[in-house]
Design a protein. Structure first.
Lengths: 115, 114
């Protein structure tokens, strides 16, 4: 089974600064999808950004961007101009189109934004 | 769209009681997932359905847990009898089986078993 590793249980960033959350995964597949989800204290999981493995271009959504390194099996999330509302738990997820469309989640990184 | 709707949002019950959690997926989505989240174990997949058919229930902890999806717009997760270790937040999520197919999550049901 695929595994997703988030090696940073906790991170902090000053408001307006940039922070990068790391994620690595283990797979033998060539086609897959990667996601970052945000879980604020309200606890609902919200999709932040997605990346298709066949696309070389890194995905970007406003202040959120990813650094997708397929060969290194790395998928980091960069948050620019951090805001207080960015404080949350962030989960990296992998979806396989082959194993019954199963999703694999990392253990999460808790991000604190310091005013 | 109303999103994935879960009920109840909070449930407090006593050990041994039956608990039923409900989920209405997003209209048009054909896959539905039940997850459990705890501090100790993180996010765990319990079971998922494709087109109302259970595909993988290997994450269901034991026979006390059961899940059904009688139609495309409704699913239940039942715990009978409940135990204190079942206390957790239970999430339902749905997706459309096409494209990147990201999951859309409900707000979760927080279960406390005393």
């Amino acid at each position: 089974a695929q595994t997703v590793t988030q090696s940073q249980p906790e991170m902090s960033v000053q408001e307006a600064e940039t922070v990068t959350l790391s994620c690595t995964y283990d797979t033998s597949e060539s086609d897959y999808y990667l996601f970052w989800y945000k879980q604020p204290p309200s606890r609902q999981m919200i999709l932040v950004i997605r990346q298709e493995a066949y696309k070389q271009q890194n995905a970007t959504e406003n202040r959120f961007s990813v650094n997708f390194q397929k060969a290194a099996k790395s998928f980091s999330l960069k948050i620019s101009d951090s805001q207080l509302g960015d404080a949350a738990m962030y989960f990296c997820a992998y979806r396989s189109p082959n194993t019954g469309n199963q999703f694999y989640f990392g253990t999460g990184t808790s991000l604190t934004v310091i005013p | 769209d109303a999103g994935v709707i879960q009920s109840p949002r909070h449930e407090v019950t006593e050990m041994g009681q039956e608990v039923t959690l409900r989920c209405k997926p997003i209209s048009g989505h054909n896959s539905l997932f039940w997850y459990r989240q705890t501090m100790m174990r993180g996010l765990e997949l319990l079971i998922y359905f494709n087109n109302n058919v259970p595909i993988d229930d290997s994450g269901m902890p034991e026979d006390r847990f059961s899940a059904k999806m009688p139609n495309a717009s409704f699913s239940t997760l039942k715990i009978q009898p409940s135990e204190p270790r079942d206390s957790a937040v239970y999430f339902c999520a749905s997706r459309y089986r096409g494209g990147s197919g990201e999951l859309f999550f409900g707000e979760g049901s927080r279960l406390t078993v005393l």
